[in-house]
Design a protein around this ligand. Structure first.
Ligand SMILES: Cc1cc2nc3c(=O)[nH]c(=O)nc-3n(C[C@H](O)[C@H](O)[C@H](O)COP(=O)(O)OP(=O)(O)OC[C@H]3O[C@@H](n4cnc5c(N)ncnc54)[C@H](O)[C@@H]3O)c2cc1C
Length: 299
C-alpha cells in the first residue's frame, strides 16, 4: 500500500510532530492524505482486510500524539476536498480540508460573516465540525445546514440540520468510524470592510490573552458549567507549573504550552495533575477538551 487511487502517496514512519500544533508525537507507521471518497473507500478496504489500527487527524491543533508513535494508519484530512469552497445564495459548501482561516478570508472578501467565532481557531473545517469549535460568541453548530460524512464501514451519509446533535465541544451524530467530508454553512450578509476589521480585532485580542507564540492545543480542559477552567487551575496553584518542556501558561493557564522539547508524557502528566489538584482543592472534575490520539479498529 504506497499510493491512493488519486495518486497521493502513503507515507511510512512519518513524524506526527510535523502534523500537530503541539509539535509533539513519534512516527506514524503509515500516513495517508485522502483527497476524496474513492481514496477513503480504498483505505477502508485495506483497514478491514489487513486489520490495521487507524485514527483520523485533521490539522492536528487539538490532539496529543503519543511519543512512541502510532502503530497503524493515520488518515489525515488535510487534502480531503481541500479545494471545495463554493458560495451560493448566502450559503457556502466547504470541504473538510479547507482551513478555517481560508474560509474566513474568502467569506469576508464577499461581505459574508456570521462565522466570526472561528477567527483564531486553528484547524480545518472537518476538525471544527467534529469539535463544535467556537468561542463564547458562537459555535459552528449555529451555522451548519448539512454535513456529509463517509463511514469507513457503511459509506456515505448526509446529515441534515435536524439530525446534527451537538453539545459543548462534542457531537453525537457521526458514525463511530465517520470521516467528515464537507459541510454546508449559512452565512450572514454584511459589509466586507467591517467583517475584515472585526477579524483583525479578534486576532489582536487573542494575542493579548493567549500564549499563541508557543506551540499548544489551545484550551486543554472544557469550562465546567458556570466556571472557567483557567480560574480553577490557577486556584489549584498550578499557574506556571512545569513538567519537562511543558508548562501551564502564565498568560492563560488552561493552555499547556510546549516551551521546547516537550514530550507527550510531559503534557499528559500536567493534565493528570490538573485533574487531581482541581478535584482536591476546588471539588470540581475537569474534563479534557484535548483529544488523545488512540488506535481504533474497523469491525
Ligand atoms: C492557539 C489555539 C487556540 C485555539 N482556540 C480555540 C477556540 O477558541 N475554540 C475552539 O473551539 N478550539 C480552539 N482550539 C482547538 C482547535 O483549534 C479546534 O478544536 C479545531 O477545531 C481542531 O481542528 P483540527 O482540524 O486541528 O482537528 P484535529 O485537532 O486534528 O482533530 C480534533 C478531533 O477531530 C477529529 N477530526 C478532525 N477532522 C475530522 C474529520 N474530517 N472527520 C472526522 N473526525 C475528524 C479528530 O479525529 C480528533 O478527534 C485552539 C487551538 C490552538 C492551538
Amino acid at each position: 500500500m504506497d499510493h491512493l487511487p488519486s495518486g497521493s502517496s502513503i507515507l511510512q514512519n512519518e513524524p506526527l510532530a510535523k502534523h500537530t500544533s503541539y509539535r509533539i508525537g513519534g512516527p506514524a507507521q503509515l500516513m495517508a492524505f485522502p483527497q476524496d471518497e474513492a481514496d477513503l473507500q480504498f483505505l477502508s478496504a485495506q483497514l478491514r482486510n489487513k486489520k490495521i489500527p487507524y485514527a483520523i487527524l485533521g490539522n492536528g491543533s487539538n490532539v496529543l500524539a503519543p511519543d512512541e508513535g502510532f502503530p497503524g494508519l493515520i488518515i489525515s484530512t488535510k487534502e480531503l476536498y481541500a479545494n471545495l469552497l463554493h458560495f451560493s445564495g448566502g450559503y457556502v459548501e466547504v470541504g473538510a480540508g479547507v482551513l478555517n482561516a481560508r474560509l474566513l478570508r474568502a467569506s469576508s472578501e464577499l461581505g459574508l460573516g456570521g462565522i466570526f467565532f472561528l477567527s483564531g481557531v486553528p484547524g480545518n473545517l472537518g476538525g471544527a465540525v467534529f469539535m463544535n469549535a467556537g468561542t463564547g460568541l458562537g459555535w459552528i453548530q449555529d451555522r451548519l445546514e448539512e454535513v456529509t460524512s463517509f463511514s469507513l464501514s457503511t459509506g456515505l451519509h448526509v446529515h441534515e440540520k435536524s439530525s446534527l446533535r451537538y453539545a459543548y465541544r462534542e457531537q453525537f451524530f457521526l458514525p463511530e468510524d465517520g470521516v467528515i467530508l464537507s459541510a454546508k454553512l449559512q452565512l450572514l450578509s454584511g459589509d466586507a470592510p467591517t467583517i475584515k476589521a472585526e477579524l483583525v480585532e479578534s486576532v489582536k485580542k487573542r494575542k493579548l490573552a493567549q500564549p499563541i507564540e508557543l506551540p499548544s492545543c489551545g484550551s486543554v480542559f472544557r469550562n465546567p458549567p458556570g466556571k472557567n477552567a483557567w480560574q480553577l487551575i490557577a486556584d489549584a496553584g498550578l499557574r506556571g507549573h512545569k513538567e519537562g518542556g511543558a508548562r501551564f501558561s502564565e498568560k492563560h493557564c488552561n493552555f499547556i504550552v510546549n516551551e521546547g522539547g516537550a514530550c507527550a508524557a510531559d503534557v499528559a502528566s500536567l493534565v493528570a495533575m490538573a485533574k487531581r489538584e482541581v478535584k482536591a482543592k476546588c471539588g470540581v472534575e475537569l474534563q479534557e477538551e484535548i483529544v488523545m490520539l488512540k488506535p481504533r479498529y474497523l469491525e
